[in-house]
Design a binder for this molecule. Structure first.
Ligand code: CUA
Length: 155
């Protein structure tokens, strides 16, 4: 079979790009530890407020420099509305909602999850910059959507 020189060159280029992208993906997931927010379990939306750990939203220490933040997003507030996080802490967020779809995005970071009724969302992030970060709901959830925010203070 005779393959044209240019076609051969483009096939080579395509192959090289494919390998480069795969390499970048593997590097990000394995060497840099970047992961998509995952599903961490299920919870009955009707009993969220009495089901651990969601019966006590907030931050708790789980180890040296590691914390767990339990968050509930509901129309149209986050519980808790303020989280104070020590600088350098690695925080695993567990979040859900008792009503409709909400978003959980910490502005200025890659922390971004969907809050889905019945589902527990999980994401881990290390806070290495001090300051105040706005937490925004980025999924339209009704009349009060634009007022649904919270803050994270890294100190
Ligand atoms: Cu909650 Cu938009």
């Amino acid at each position: 079979m005779n393959v044209h020189t240019y076609e051969k060159a483009f096939l080579m280029l395509g192959g090289v790009l494919l390998v480069a992208c795969l390499g970048a993906l593997l590097y990000a997931s394995m060497a840099m530890g970047l992961h998509l927010p995952g599903r961490a379990g299920a919870v009955d939306p009707a009993t969220v407020f009495s089901t651990p750990p969601f019966d006590e939203p907030g931050l708790r220490q789980t180890g040296e420099g590691t914390f767990e933040a339990v968050v509930i997003g509901q129309a149209w507030v986050f519980r808790p509305d303020t989280l104070r996080i020590p600088l350098g802490a690695e925080v695993t967020f567990l979040a859900t909602t008792p009503d409709v779809l909400h978003g959980f995005h910490v502005a200025g970071t890659r922390l971004n999850m969907m809050l889905i009724p019945g589902q527990i969302s999980r994401a881990t992030y290390r806070f290495e910059t001090p300051g105040e970060f706005m937490v925004l709901c980025h999924e339209y959830c009704g009349l009060g959507h634009h007022n649904m925010h919270a803050k994270i203070i890294v100190e």
